[in-house]
Design a protein around this ligand. Structure first.
Ligand code: ADP
Length: 319
């Protein structure tokens, strides 16, 4: 293998730049030519592809977002779109591809693999919802952003003796809500992976009130429903002054944490190693602090799970 490509696709996450840097630098270290593909699969089909040098990825390790930009493309979900992409890869003489993104992007990588093009997936998403890795690139940074926001909300919640509902990202996964709720001592955490009874939420709030608590924080994962609806229900049932904050896209941005930079560097470099040893159609990940890889079909067929023990713990600590 002489020439490889790298792209970022789908939702951006902090640390993607560190992963791009690792792919480019590790590739060049092994005397490969590395091509950057701009705007994800859309740019791949359009041939928006440029050769990267060592300096192309200078001064990006600490930046959020992705210097290769990202996009979503419906066309790439079609066979014609995928063929267009492979034509471009062939035109540029690219023999292997690293795709940094979430599970949607991995489905694109799976298609390229099925068409015989060696592709490796590197998990980059703030949702932490990709099977085959304990952590995805960007989760830790997003988690710290959420915690910073909740700490600030807590100050005003205490001053005004209010109940706050904080809606955090996570369409199908409650990781951000669970970890931030546990890290911030939230009274209640509402996640898609665990059933909840409104009566329990209310009882918990009442117990807090009775022992003189000045504020309550409830963290709701967006996958469970709207934070505003949740806030309305609490207001109605308890006659409590309730405020709702939807954190939104601030969770996606910012300088990546040390953890995400290191994870991204390890996973990006490992993807290049795997391409060089002839592996393809795999995703890389980290399990119990060991770098691992899984067949992409197998990874995508598995369901992401969370540690329900952590959920129970959060309830035990906020009685
Ligand atoms: P993420 O990677 O963050 O989960 P998306 O789900 O939006 O983001 O997926 C990113 C892109 O991956 C899509 O816009 C599309 O181009 C490509 N993709 C998603 N699913 C498929 C699929 N089944 N086949 C081919 N490409 C896909």
């Amino acid at each position: 293998m002489k020439r490889i490509g790298v792209l970022t696709s789908g939702g951006d996450s902090p640390g993607m730049n560190a992963a791009i840097r690792a792919v480019v630098r590790k590739g060049i270290y092994h005397n490969l030519e590395v091509y950057g593909i701009y705007y994800g699969y859309a740019g791949l089909m359009a041939g928006d592809i440029k050769k990267m040098e060592l300096g192309s990825v200078g001064d990006i390790i600490h930046r959020g977002g992705t210097m290769l930009y990202t996009a979503r493309s419906e066309e790439f979900k079609t066979l014609e779109g995928q063929k267009k992409g492979i034509e471009q890869l062939n035109k540029f003489g690219i023999e292997g591809l690293v795709v940094i993104g979430g599970d949607g992007s991995f489905r694109g990588a799976q298609k390229l693999t099925e068409h015989g093009f060696p592709t490796i997936g590197v998990p980059g998403t703030i949702d932490n919802d990709i099977p085959g890795t304990d952590f995805t690139i960007g989760f830790d940074t997003a988690l710290n952003t959420v915690i910073d926001a909740i700490d600030k909300i807590r100050d005003t919640a205490t001053s005004h003796e209010r109940t706050y509902v904080v809606e955090v990202m996570g369409r199908h996964a409650g990781d951000l809500a669970l970890w931030s709720g546990l890290a911030d001592g939230a009274e209640t955490i509402v996640i898609p992976e665990a059933d909840y009874e409104m009566s329990d939420v209310i009882a918990r709030l009442k117990r807090g009130q009775d022992r003189g608590k000045k504020h309550s924080i409830i963290v709701v994962a967006e996958g469970v429903g709207s934070g505003f609806e949740f806030g309305e229900r609490i207001k109605k049932e308890m006659n409590l002054e309730t405020r709702v904050t939807v954190l939104g896209h601030i969770q996606r941005g910012g300088s990546p944490t040390a953890f995400d930079r290191v994870l991204a560097s390890r996973l990006g470099a490992k993807a290049v190693d795997h391409l060089l040893t002839g592996k393809a159609g795999i995703t890389v990940g980290i399990e119990k602090n060991e770098l691992v890889y899984h067949d992409i079909d197998e990874a995508l067929s598995r369901k992401h799970t969370i540690d329900l023990g952590m959920y129970t713990l959060s309830q035990e600590l906020s009685i």
